[in-house]
Structure formats: structure tokens, C-alpha cells
Write a new protein. Structure first.
Lengths: 246, 1141
């Protein structure tokens, strides 16, 4: 038979238990919030790494360039996160928070962004080089009246360097095959200089200059004989297409 | 007044006539009699009303038969047609007058010397065939006009002939469309012209050959045409266009066929012939109504005044011209104007109500006397009878004839005509084997009228007195002893009284209020001979002594008159008339210049017009103001006349005029049949008499009758006058406190009449028939007839004590019935008083939990806030629970039950509050309360069995008979029954479980060792925990906090202990359980300690149900988080990316 007093005491204990449980609930709730924030940072970082990985591979695998140096920096820093012990993280939560972890993750996101930017710069250079080369090829075609380099190939190359190589949906292997194909087609395309020389009765020297010009090299007028210049201008097609700079 | 022969088969009486003589003299048509018979029975027709009569000087309203004859004879041989229209009801003397004219004008019997050029052509009702008329027309001329008659022809062939003529000649018939006529005359469809004609011709032939009074039919009438048109056109059209054309053509074809040719041309020829012969024919057509299809031709000829030289008397039955004249005349404009322009006179033998002018009550007696006299003379049966006892009218007397004449009806309408009186009453009585009073009693041509003598007499006496009796001056009814002896009617010798006219049987009639009146007939100029006339009860009175200025003049004769020569000087005489106890006095001025007011009649009834003509020395004078009872009622016109429609509210009307310094007065006797009654009523006198007759028959024999409502209304009214009969309350009460029980059906006590009427109410007071009751019933009957209470006691003797005694008796029995009917529904030993006490107990038990039965619960008002806690009835039961409904119904009558208690238990109520000034009927209340105390539980059980299905819904509790706010008693009984059932059904296990549960809870933590402060502390601690823990709802916590605040002084812990003991093991039932439920709610409301412990218990129960639960560490719970799992996934992914990079 429990007396009222005894009953009251047991109720008081129940009250205390209840209050303790309520405090712990609060702490867990806070930890959950913090952990959720941190997970978001990691998730962002993971996305950026994927981006970097793709671009870096396009540069090295497809265009056969050197890896940009900043990628390596990223690689080193990331170890801090990848190698963290989850128990340490729980400990950090218990002790107050994940502020330092969050900072590390943010820094790493920034250095990853930098490395991505470096890769993009490199790709821009490649694009610029190929735009010049395809443009010259179009001019020579007109000089020689030869339709050796097809407009379709030029367009495909331009499409690849401008857009295709930047698409993250395309796998590196696919891009590599596509680029190799384009390059093979490009190399097979040659100007028929001999028939051009005999048709216009040009000297060998003039043909050499033209080949240089066609390869987009610059030719100095000073080093060029006046007969050669005269020859160049006698050919009506060259007169219209060559842009000589003094 | 008993033991006399009531069997009419035993009656034998001497016949002083032969049936064939009766039939010879009394005939429907005056022309059916011989000239001698006619003269023997002719009564001069001296009252023929004239609308106008051109040759006659002046504007007299009435002319005599001679004056009418003379007006007709004013013509010369060559004068154009002159027409006199004579209208009147059937049998009102038209034929008699025409016959008289026929005998008076022309021929060898001409009694009027200087008119030998006139000859009467009398066409009677039965001589209206073409052949008859032409024969009558040609007879004085010795001409032979051969015509064929329709009589002997084959109707089928004639009809076919006419039909074919119309069909074939349709194109040539003017005025109607050929197609329409062909359609109408085609032999197609179910109704054909041929069929109609055939039928009507057959009817015509049958009427012509019969002796009956039927009119000759038209060959086609309006109804025939409607049927024919409906069949031919599918609609009734052409009634005013095609029909007249068709009808004329039918007549034309038939006339040609009968050799009449053009009837009008023939009439013109005849008329011319008369002129040539120097004879002026007077065509007397008794009834043009009967002229059949020649009407139009004849009337056209007559009204085309210059077409002939005839005097014409044209009779027709009143009302005929309204429907038929325009059609017969073919006149499109106003027929009245048409006739006025052409007719010399327009006369009538009857007034608006169908009464023959010339035949008043006295003339009717004369008429019958004349007939009886010739019948006696011509009969071989000369049985000696004492004629004087019968006024020379044996087997009738003058009272008999007057009554018969006064009550003549024909198919419900009043029609006082000689023919009806003679044929339907006199001839019927004379031809019957039964005595005349028996035959008359069942004659459909006589209205019913009541007996005047005491109803205790045997019916034969009642009937004899009704027909032969005359009122005596002392207000009874006397019949000559010879009448009883002639008809072998037994009588008691003490009824016989000697009078001037011989031995009479005098029947007790309870007394009439009779008065004597006099009048002076003649011109009041000095030396002139005049006559005084005496009337009693509107009848001429014999043997009245007249005295002038103290000197006896003489007694009135059989016609109620006595002659007197006025003094030969200007003076004023004082005249007194006297007979037995009756007398009257008048004074008259005698002067050389006389101013007189001459009335058109001496006796006026309600609704009748009176024409008063003022003459000065015999000359009519204009512009004289006539004054009636001090009020001017008009000025005389050019003919000296004022017409008044007087309002009748006295015995006589007094008229006065002043002219040339002279005064003339005229007193007109009035007869308002309604004033013969002892009450005021709007019912017609005939209706009152009919009802009285029916009532008299019921009171004697107890048979069903139509006007039983009258007696019932009277009974109701009389009962209401003495008491409130349908009311049940404390009979000893000195004043009417409270609401009584009423039997509220209709607005009065239901009355049944034994044998005649069953009120259909579940309770009613029955009035048994029987003449023993007639003294009371007579008062009831007249009260029922009247509009304002009891009858005039001078006319209907009324013993008020007896009447009250009767009313008390009826009411007493009715109330006993009321009580018995109600108590039949109640448990044994529960009377109405116990019912009231028990109802009041139930109200207090259910609303307050009270168990005692005392004055207060019975009589005191239940306070509007009768408990200071939530009623368990409302708190512990749902609205849909039976007990809630029963309780609601019970309480609905809480006021009614208290008012009822007041009306049954108070001797006198008071106005003050708290029953101040009340006098309680101690014995009645104490007895009822004691019975209820003793039987309380049994009443509860037996109340469940109350069955109100036989209790009339009319029982209602209300403050007065007319109060509109009522409580139906059956609903009260039902409310009591339902409440009893619900209380019996209450069960402590189900209905008091909250009580025991609460008591258990309180008991569980109740600790006697704890003091108030300690209890408070414990309460606070537990409340604090409950407040922290997610266990109780807010409202509960607020309640508990309130309880905590209330713990202020010391808690009544001893009381608590005893209450716990009481409620913990509650096992009561019935009213005790109801009481316990109330006590419990009271404890909850008022015992704080109970609430403290109850709340503690509730709080502890809440906390007991709660478990704080989860005891895991922080780390463990983090690892259980979803976010932690997600973190691990992210980390692994990055690790993988690092490897690939």
C-alpha cells in the first residue's frame, strides 16, 4: 500500500527524469542541425571535385597537355577531410561544434574552384589555336582554288574546341575518340603546291613563302625579294587574299 | 290528462257531404265548373293590384273585379286592339277572374246593361290548341273555319315531314346559314331534329288529351336546341340567331300543314269580320303561358295594335315574362317598355310573396264557407251536426281554415292561393277517411307548426287544439266540446268550461300575453255613421263592449264590428273597448273638415310596403308631410300618396299629417310573427315553428330530429349560466384559485339527447326525453332559439330554483363522470388529489432529489434556481436518454401541477407571496399526502402502467373555461408514467458508477493522518509535476490549480470520511437513487476536501500513465541521426573522388 507521500516522491523522480530527457533532446537537435550544415558543405565540395576531375582529364587525356599544377594542391588538401575519423566528429559535436571542419571544407571548395579555373584557361588557349588554324586553312583554300580542307571538318573542329570538350556529360573516352578522329582528318588534308606553281609560273621561293603563310607563319617583307613580292601580286587570287604586313 | 284514445283508426265521424259533390265544386280550373257552380262559389275579387290601368281614373293601387270589367268595356267597336295584362301566381284567382269576366261580358247573361256590343271570347288554360282558339274566335260569327288538329296525327310522320321541309328548303330560309340549318336538320348523330320533334309532338298530344295541369310543350325549346347544337356543331352556338329562325320555320311548316295558313292573316280577317258585324270581341286568355307554338303569332297580332279591333285580357303566371316574353314577342328592345307603350293596363292578383291579394285570412274563411255551404246543400248526406260549433264550416272551423291558409306552402315556397287551399287542403280532407285534423297534420302543402298547449296532453288533444283551438282571453286554448264529441275523442270532464258560445274544452297553455286593440272605420265628420272594430291577437273579436264618453254603444258582432253615429258637432270623443279582463281606450276628433290618412292595408307584416293616401274632405292632396312616430317619412305625391316600408317593433304604427290646421292620425296594426316568441331571434317564424314542432315530438317520443341543436344550445347556455359545468376542482373552495381540470371539447359541455342525438364526445350529459322534463326543456328550447338568454318568463313559465336544481344535477353527474374517467387511468388508491401530490413529489424528487412529502412540495413554487449544483439529470444523462426526455416532459407541467394543487387543496387563495393568506383544505391535502407517503413506492411501480388511451384528450388544465393556455391532462399522466418508468429503470451499477468511481479514487489517497497543510503541500507537489510532464490537458490543470487556491482554511476531513463511506458502496434504487445522485452532485459542488482528494487522484492517475522513456547517451543518439548517416556517405564519396583525381 503506497501512501500519498511515497507516491508524491515517485512522481517527483519521474519529473526529474523527464526534465533530463528534455535537455538531451535539445542537444541532439542542435547536433543534428550542425551536422546537416556540414553535410551540405561536403556535398558542394564533392560536386566541385567531380567538375575538376573531368576538365583535368580532358586536358591531359584528350588534348594531351600537362596537368595544371593547382590540381595537385587540391589533391593534397583533400586528404584532411577524407581521412577524418567519424568518432572525432561525434566528439567535436559533443564538445561544441563543427566550425573548424566547416572552414576546412570551405577552403577546399575555393582551391578546387581555382584549379577548375586554371583548366578552363588552358582549354581556352587550345580553342584559340585551333580557331586560327582553321581560319588560315580556309584562306589557303581560296588562294589555291583548291578545296582540300572541307568546310565541314573546319566546322566540326571548331564545334569540338568551343563546346564539346567542355560538356561534362560526355565521358573523357568519347571525347578522346572524337578528337582523335578530327585530328586524323585534319592531317590528311594537304594543299597541291606543285600544280599551283606550274599553273601560275611561280618561283620556288614564292611557294615557300606561301607555304609559310598558309601555315600561318609570318613572313617579313624585308627578307623577301622584290621579284617574289611582284610575283605574289601578279597572281590575282593572291592579290585579293594575302594580307601583308610591313 | 291521460287514458284517452290515441288510436286514430278508432275515430269515426259523420260525413255531411258526398264525395262526387265535392269533386264537382272543387276543381282545378274554374271553367271546369258549371255556370251555377261557379256563381255559387265565387268570392268577389276586390283586391287586384294595378301597376297601371289607363281608362280608370286616378291611381288607386287596387281595383275591384267590377272596376276592372268596366275599364275593359270602355272601348268602341272600331277601336284598335287594347291589351290588359293580368299576372299572378298559379291558382291566385286569375282564372276565377277571367271566368267571372267571361260571364259578365256580352251574351244573354250580361248583367251589365249597356254593353251588348261586347262579346267575351274566353280561352281557358285547357283550350289552347289552334283548333280551340279558332273555334272560340269564330263562334259568335257563325263562321266555320275548318282546320286540322295535331291530335290525331302520327308524330313520327309529322316530325319527318317538318325535318325534310327544313333540310330541303334550307337555302330559301332567311336569317340563318344554309349549312348550319342542314347540319341541324341532318338525320345524323345521337340527337336529331326529327327525334326532338317526334318526342315533343307526342308530349303535346298526351297533354291535350289529359285533364292535368300540364302546359302544352313547344315543338322545340331552348334546351332541345342546346342539345341539338351540341351534337351538330360540337358547341352550343346560335341560341339567339339560328334558334329563333329554326323555331319559326318549324311553326310555319306545321301551320301550313294544319291548314291554318298564316295564323296572323287569319286573325286579321276575323277581326275585320267582327267590326263589320258591329261586335267588339273581348279575348280573355287565362294563361298565355300554355299557348304553345302559336304564342308568337298570337302575341304579334295582339300587340300590333292597329292590326285588329279587340280587347284582350292576357293572363300569365308570375315570372313567365322574365324568361319568355322577349322570345315570344320577338322584341329586341326592352320588353317592359314595349308592353307599357301598348298595354292599357297591367294588373296583378298576387303580391311579391305569392299571396293572393283578395284572399286574406278572413276571406279564406268566407271562401271555404261558401264552398262548404253549396257542397252541403247539394249533398244527400245530411247528417245533423251542430254547425255553430264549426262556424258553418263543418268538418272544419274558422280557426282550422285560418291555420291552414296561414301555413300553405308549395314545394317549400309560401303560396297562399285559393286553388291550393281548396284542392290541396279542403278537398283532401273531405275525401279522406281520417278526420280533417289527422289529414291536415300530414299534408305536405301545410307547413309544420307547433302545439300551443301543455305537452303533457295526449297527442290527439294536442292535434285537435292545434287545428280547432282558439286562444281564450285568459291565455289558454279552447276547443268547442262538439269537436271532441264529433271525432270521438275522450276528455276529462274537469277540462270543460261553459262560455258564451257553449261548452268548451279548455287546455292549459301556460298563458299568452293578449291585448285588445280598436280602430275606427269611416269619416270622422259630425253626424257621420262609422264603425268601431275590435281585435285580439290580430283577429276580429266578438262581444267587445264599446263605450263612447261613458255611454255604452253595444257589443261587436261576429265580424268584430259595431256601428255608431258620430255626434253632430265638432268635438272629441273618448272610446273604450272592453271584454273580460282586456280593455283599451282611444280618443277621436270629430270635425266638419276631415283630413284622413287612407292606408292600403290595415295590417302590416315585416318587409311589406304600405301606401298611405292623404285626403282632405275626400280630395287627394299633394306635398303633405307624413310623420311616423314623430319622424317625417315622406311627402305625398301628386296622387296624395306616400309609400313607406315601416320597421316593425311594436303592436302598431302611428301615422300623422297636418293640413289646414287639421290633424289626422292613422294607426296601422302590425303583425310581427317573430314577436309572438318569448325570445329575440333572427330565425324566421316558420323556422322557429318547425323547430318547436320537432322538439315537441322528441320530448314526447324521443325520436331523432333535425333541429336537435337548438335544445342542445339552450341546455349549454342555461348550464353555463349557473355554473362552469365542465370544470373539476375542489368543490369546497370558496374562491377559484389555481387551474382546474376542464373537459375542453368545443366551447361547452357536450350534450346528448336521448334517442335523438349522440354528442360523440367521450363524455356527455344526456337529456332523457319525456314530458316530465318538458317544463325545464321548454326553457332550454327557447333559450336555444333566442339570442340573449332565458325566454321572457311572462311567456314561458320559468321556475328558477328548479332550473338551478336541474343544472346542478346535470353538472354534478357530469363532474362525477369526469373524475371517474380520469381516476380509471390511475393506480389503485390514487385519486386526482393523490395524483397531484405524487406529481409534485416526482417534480421535487427529480429536480432537487427531495424525498419528503409535505405542504411545501405540493403547494410552493419551485424556485427557478432550485439547486446550487449541476443537476444530475442534465449533467449525467445525454439529451437522447429516456430519462432526460421524461424529466423534460414532467417539468413542462410544473406550473400546471402547482396550479392544479391550488385548485384542489385551497379553500381560498391569497395574493401574497409565500402562500400568505391561503386557506388550505387541510383534510383533503393531509389525506392525499398520507396516502402518497404510504404508497410511494407502489405508486412509482404502478404509475408505469398508466394507460391514457381511453382518456379523452379533451381533459385540460387551465385557469378558466376560455383560457387559451392549457396543459393537456393526458400529457401530464403520460409524463408521470414515463418518469416513473425511467426512475424504475435507473440502476446504480450503470447510472451511479461515476459516484462509486469517484468515491474509490478519493478513498485511495485519503489519509486520515495528514493535516490540511500537508495535504496542500502534497497537492502542490503533484500539480507541479503534472504541470511539467506532458500528461494532462490545460483545462484540467487550470481546474486543479483552482482547487489548490481554494485550499485556504481547514478541510472538512471528518465529513469527507463519512461521504466516502456513503458513496463508496452506493446500492440504492428508484427515487432514493435519484436522491443519491443529487446528493453526490451537491458534495462535488460543496465539499472541498472531496474535490482535493478527487483531483489528487486524477492527477496521480495521469502521472502513473506517463513514462519518461529514452535513457541513451549523446553519442549513441547522434549516431542514430539521419544526418550522421548522410555525413558518412559524403565522406566516403569524397574519399573516392580523391582516389580518382
Amino acid at each position: 500500500m503506497v501512501t500519498l507521500k511515497e507516491k508524491t516522491e515517485s512522481i517527483e523522480k519521474k519529473q526529474r527524469d523527464h526534465n533530463r530527457n528534455e535537455d538531451l533532446d535539445d542537444a541532439i537537435e542542435t547536433a543534428d542541425e550542425k551536422l546537416t550544415d556540414y553535410n551540405q558543405e561536403l556535398s558542394d565540395l564533392s560536386g566541385k571535385l567531380k567538375n575538376l576531375h573531368h576538365r583535368s582529364e580532358v586536358l591531359t587525356e584528350v588534348f594531351e597537355q600537362e596537368e595544371v599544377p593547382s590540381v595537385d594542391t587540391v589533391r593534397e588538401n583533400i586528404l584532411q577531410i577524407a581521412e577524418t575519423n567519424p568518432e572525432d566528429l561525434v566528439d567535436s559535436l559533443n564538445k561544441g561544434g563543427l566550425d573548424s571542419q566547416k572552414k576546412t571544407a570551405r577552403d577546399l571548395k575555393r582551391s578546387t574552384d581555382d584549379a577548375i579555373d586554371d583548366c578552363i584557361d588552358k582549354l581556352d588557349e587550345i580553342k584559340k589555336d585551333w580557331e586560327t588554324r582553321t581560319s588560315t586553312a580556309e584562306s589557303i583554300s581560296q588562294i589555291t582554288g583548291d578545296d582540300g580542307v572541307s568546310a565541314g571538318l573546319i566546322e566540326d573542329i571548331r564545334q569540338f574546341v568551343r563546346f564539346n570538350c567542355r560538356k561534362r556529360s560526355s565521358s573523357v573516352g568519347e571525347l578522346d575518340n572524337e578528337w582523335k578522329g578530327l585530328k586524323a582528318r585534319w592531317q590528311k588534308t594537304q594543299v597541291n603546291w606543285e600544280s599551283f606553281q606550274s599553273q601560275h609560273n611561280l618561283s620556288d621561293e614564292t611557294i615557300t613563302i606561301l607555304k609559310k603563310l598558309a601555315d600561318d607563319e609570318s613572313v617579313s617583307l624585308d627578307s623577301t625579294k622584290s621579284e617574289t613580292v611582284a610575283e605574289l601580286f601578279e597572281v590575282a587570287a593572291l592579290r585579293e587574299n594575302l594580307k601583308l604586313s610591313i | 290528462m291521460s287514458g284517452t284514445g290515441d288510436n286514430r283508426d278508432d275515430l269515426e265521424f259523420p260525413q255531411s257531404w258526398n264525395d262526387d259533390v265535392v269533386d264537382d265544386y272543387i276543381k282545378p280550373e274554374s271553367q271546369q265548373k258549371s255556370r251555377e257552380q261557379f256563381i255559387d262559389t265565387h268570392i268577389p275579387i276586390d283586391q287586384i293590384e294595378t301597376e297601371w290601368l289607363k281608362p280608370h281614373p286616378g291611381v288607386r293601387e287596387f281595383v275591384s273585379q267590377e272596376e276592372f270589367r268596366d275599364a275593359i268595356l270602355q272601348s268602341d267597336v272600331e277601336d284598335d286592339n287594347r291589351i290588359f295584362i293580368l299576372q299572378g301566381e298559379t291558382g291566385s284567382g286569375k282564372s276565377q277572374l277571367c271566368q267571372w269576366l267571361g260571364y259578365q261580358i256580352g251574351g244573354q247573361n250580361d248583367s251589365h246593361g249597356d254593353n251588348d256590343q261586347h262579346v267575351a271570347l274566353h280561352v281557358s288554360r285547357s283550350e289552347t290548341r289552334i283548333k280551340d282558339i279558332l273555334e272560340i274566335f269564330t263562334e259568335p260569327l257563325d263562321m266555320d273555319v275548318s282546320t286540322k288538329s295535331l291530335d290525331g296525327l302520327d308524330p313520327e310522320k309529322v316530325a319527318g315531314f317538318i325535318r325534310e321541309g327544313i333540310y330541303a328548303m334550307a337555302e330559301n330560309i332567311q336569317g340563318a346559314d344554309t349549312d348550319d340549318l342542314r347540319k341541324l336538320s341532318a338525320d345524323e348523330g345521337s340527337i336529331t331534329l326529327r327525334g326532338i320533334l317526334e318526342e315533343n309532338i307526342e308530349e303535346y298530344q298526351s297533354v291535350v288529351t289529359s285533364d292535368g295541369e300540364r302546359d302544352l310543350p313547344d315543338l322545340i325549346n331552348d334546351r332541345d336546341y342546346r342539345d341539338l347544337a351540341m351534337d351538330a356543331f360540337g358547341a352550343v352556338r346560335g341560341r339567339n340567331s339560328i334558334f329563333p329562325v329554326l323555331r319559326d320555320e318549324i311553326h310555319n311548316i306545321l301551320s301550313r300543314h294544319l291548314g291554318v295558313g298564316d295564323f296572323r292573316v287569319k286573325l286579321e280577317e276575323l277581326s275585320q269580320k267582327y267590326v263589320e258585324e258591329g261586335i267588339r270581341p273581348v279575348l280573355i286568355c287565362e294563361d298565355v303561358t300554355t299557348f304553345s307554338f302559336l304564342k308568337q303569332d298570337l302575341l304579334d297580332h295582339l300587340f300590333q295594335l292597329d292590326a285588329g279591333s279587340l280587347d284582350v285580357v292576357l293572363g300569365w303566371t308570375t315570372g313567365w315574362e322574365q324568361d319568355n316574353l322577349d322570345r315570344a314577342l320577338g322584341a329586341s328592345n326592352n320588353v317592359q317598355t314595349y308592353m307599357e307603350e301598348r298595354a292599357e293596363g297591367y294588373l296583378s292578383t298576387t303580391d311579391d310573396s305569392g299571396r293572393a291579394h283578395f284572399l286574406d285570412e278572413n276571406v279564406s274563411v268566407e271562401l271555404v264557407r261558401k264552398y262548404m255551404s253549396v257542397i252541403h246543400e247539394n249533398s244527400e248526406n245530411r247528417v245533423h251536426t251542430e254547425q255553430s260549433a264549426y262556424d258553418n264550416l263543418y268538418p272544419f272551423n274558422s280557426n282550422f281554415i285560418r291555420r291552414a291558409y296561414d301555413n300553405l306552402v308549395d314545394r317549400g315556397d309560401e303560396r297562399r292561393t285559393p286553388r291550393l287551399l281548396l284542392i290541396r287542403v279542403i278537398q283532401e280532407c273531405l275525401n279522406s277517411y281520417d278526420p280533417p285534423f289527422v289529414t291536415a297534420e300530414s299534408n305536405p302543402y301545410l307547413k309544420e307548426f307547433p302545439v300551443e298547449i301543455d305537452l303533457g296532453y295526449d297527442s290527439v288533444h294536442k292535434t285537435i287544439s292545434k287545428w280547432y283551438g282558439k286562444k281564450t282571453l285568459d291565455g289558454n286554448v279552447a276547443v268547442p266540446i262538439e269537436v271532441a264529441e264529433t271525432f270521438n275523442v275522450d276528455y276529462e270532464t274537469e277540462w270543460v268550461r261553459e262560455s258564451e258560445s257553449g261548452s268548451e274544452i279548455v287546455y292549459d297553455a301556460g298563458g299568452f300575453d293578449l291585448s285588445l286593440s280598436m280602430s275606427l272605420d269611416g269619416t270622422r265628420s259630425p253626424g257621420n255613421e262609422i264603425s268601431f272594430r275590435a281585435n285580439v291577437d290580430n283577429q276580429r273579436q266578438e262581444d267587445v263592449m264599446f263605450t263612447v264618453d261613458g255611454e255604452e254603444v253595444g257589443k261587436t258582432d261576429g265580424s268584430g264590428e259595431v256601428d255608431f253615429v258620430l255626434p253632430n258637432k265638432e268635438t272629441e270623443i273618448t272610446v273604450t273597448a272592453e271584454k273580460q279582463s282586456l280593455s283599451t281606450t282611444n280618443s277621436y276628433e270629430i270635425a266638419p273638415d276631415t283630413l284622413d290618412i287612407n292606408p292600403s292595408k290595415k295590417l302590416v307584416e315585416p318587409g311589406e310596403n304600405l301606401r298611405l293616401t292623404v285626403t282632405y274632405n275626400g280630395e287627394k292632396i299633394e306635398d303633405v308631410e307624413l310623420v311616423e312616430s314623430g319622424q317625417p317619412v315622406g311627402e305625398t305625391d301628386a296622387s296624395g300618396t306616400v309609400v313607406v316600408s315601416p320597421e316593425i317593433n311594436g303592436d302598431s304604427l302611428k301615422y300623422e299629417v297636418e293640413y289646414e290646421g287639421l290633424n289626422a292620425r292613422q294607426t296601422i296594426e302590425t303583425k310581427d310573427p317573430a314577436r309572438e316568441f318569448p325570445v329575440n331571434t333572427e330565425l324566421s317564424p316558420d323556422e322557429v315553428k318547425r323547430r318547436e314542432t320537432e322538439y315537441q315530438s322528441w320530448v314526447s317520443q324521443g325520436e331523432e330530429y333535425d333541429s336537435s341543436d337548438t335544445l342542445i344550445d339552450g341546455a349549454v347556455s342555461v348550464l353555463q349560466r349557473f355554473d362552469t359545468p365542465t370544470e373539476l376542482r375542489n368543490p369546497n373552495a370558496l374562491s377559484n384559485a389555481g387551474d382546474a381540470i376542464y373537459f375542453d371539447r368545443g366551447d361547452h359541455i357536450p350534450i346528448s339527447l336521448q334517442g335523438a342525438y349522440d354528442s360523440q364526445a367521450s363524455l356527455s350529459a344526456e337529456l332523457p326525453f319525456g314530458i316530465d322534463n318538458s317544463e325545464i326543456y321548454k326553457v332550454l328550447f327557447w333559450t336555444g332559439i333566442g339570442e340573449d338568454g332565458l325566454p321572457d318568463s311572462s311567456m314561458v313559465s320559468t321556475d328558477y330554483d328548479k332550473l338551478r336544481g336541474w343544472a346542478n344535477d346535470i353538472v354534478g353527474r357530469f363532474r362525477e363522470d369526469m373524475r371517474a374517467t380520469i381516476e380509471e387511468c390511475l393506480p389503485d388508491e390514487m385519486g386526482i388529489e393523490e395524483f397531484i401530490v405524487y406529481y409534485r413529489f416526482l417534480i421535487h424528487n427529480t429536480s432537487c432529489g427531495r424525498m419528503e412529502i409535505n405542504d411545501e412540495i405540493v403547494l410552493a413554487e419551485l424556485e427557478s434556481q432550485y439547486v446550487d449544483y449541476d443537476s444530475p439529470m442534465k449533467k449525467r444523462f445525454n439529451e437522447t436518454d429516456g430519462i432526460r426526455e421524461a424529466y423534460g416532459d414532467l417539468m413542462m407541467n410544473k406550473t400546471a401541477s402547482r396550479e392544479l394543487a391550488k385548485s384542489f387543496f385551497l379553500l381560498k387563495g391569497g395574493r401574497g407571496k409565500d402562500r400568505e393568506g391561503w386557506f388550505v383544505d387541510r383534510d383533503r391535502l393531509d389525506s392525499a399526502m398520507e396516502t402518497v407517503r404510504v404508497n410511494r413506492d407502489r405508486f412509482l411501480k404502478e404509475s408505469m402502467q398508466i394507460d391514457t388511451s381511453d382518456l379523452p384528450a379533451a381533459f385540460r388544465v387551465k385557469s378558466s373555461r376560455s383560457a387559451s393556455k392549457t396543459a393537456p391532462l393526458d400529457r401530464m399522466l403520460e409524463a408521470m408514467r414515463e418518469t416513473a418508468r425511467e426512475i424504475i429503470n435507473l440502476d446504480y451499477l450503470n447510472d451511479a458508477d461515476h459516484v462509486s468511481e469517484d468515491a474509490e479514487r478519493v478513498n485511495e489517497w485519503f489519509d486520515k493522518s495528514l493535516k490540511t497543510e500537508e495535504i496542500k503541500q502534497e497537492f502542490k507537489t503533484v500539480l507541479d509535476a503534472v504541470d511539467d510532464l506532458p500528461v494532462a490537458n490545460k483545462e484540467d490543470v487550470v481546474e486543479w490549480e483552482k482547487t489548490l487556491k481554494e485550499i485556504d482554511g481547514k478541510l472538512a476531513l471528518n465529513k469527507l470520511e463519512s461521504e466516502i463511506t456513503h458513496f463508496k458502496d452506493i446500492e440504492s434504487s428508484g427515487s432514493e437513487l435519484v436522491s443519491d445522485l443529487h446528493a453526490f452532485e451537491s458534495t462535488l459542488e460543496n465539499l472541498l476536501a472531496w474535490n482535493v482528494y478527487n483531483d489528487l487522484g486524477e492527477m496521480i492517475e495521469e502521472v502513473d500513465d506517463y513514462n519518461p522513456g529514452n535513457e541513451d547517451s549523446f553519442d549513441k543518439r547522434v549516431r542514430q541521426l539521419d544526418s550522421y548517416t548522410k555525413y558518412q556517405t559524403c565522406q566516403n564519396k569524397i574519399e573516392l573522388q580523391l582516389e580518382n583525381l
